[in-house]
Design a protein around this ligand. Sequence first.
Ligand code: ZN
Ligand code: ZN
Ligand code: ZN
Length: 169
Amino acid sequence: MSTEGGFPSARHDHSACRSDALQRASRLCDSRSVRLTDMRRRVLEDLWRDHRPASAYDILARLNAEEASHGHKPLAPPTVYRALEFLIAQGLVHRLATLNAYIGCTSPERPHGAQFLICRVCGAAAEVADTKIATQLRCVAESAGFALGSQMIELEGLCPRCQSVARDL
Ligand SMILES: [Zn+2]
Ligand SMILES: [Zn+2]
Ligand SMILES: [Zn+2]
């Protein structure tokens, strides 16, 4: 039994965190002989700008601001949706159903069910993977004769940082 993941500290080196995620993504795509095209990489990079989930609309708006600054025409929404579909299929991104938003996966190398802790104040989301929960879910599904598909669990609450802000008020 083990639990991995959680909220990164407020002082963690996020640019290292982000470049590590992008390097792992490109290694993973190479090893699977699938292409991390420029658009797919840009969407993933955008999702890793911080640890908050983003909607497809947010991503599109930010990419289009970038396009406009280069004097380019705006991207069509399906471009972003198709890139997200690819990233989800490769396990590089998770979709959070309760928020209808997306977030980069912290361990894309292996398929997994994940539990997400989502802060209701700052919107940060942390992926945790607890093998005990995964096993338990499989047992529950099995005993109900249910063929389990996704194992995503989304929990709502307050992240450590927002709790300490609330205490200091
Ligand atoms: Zn980070
Ligand atoms: Zn994940
Ligand atoms: Zn928070």
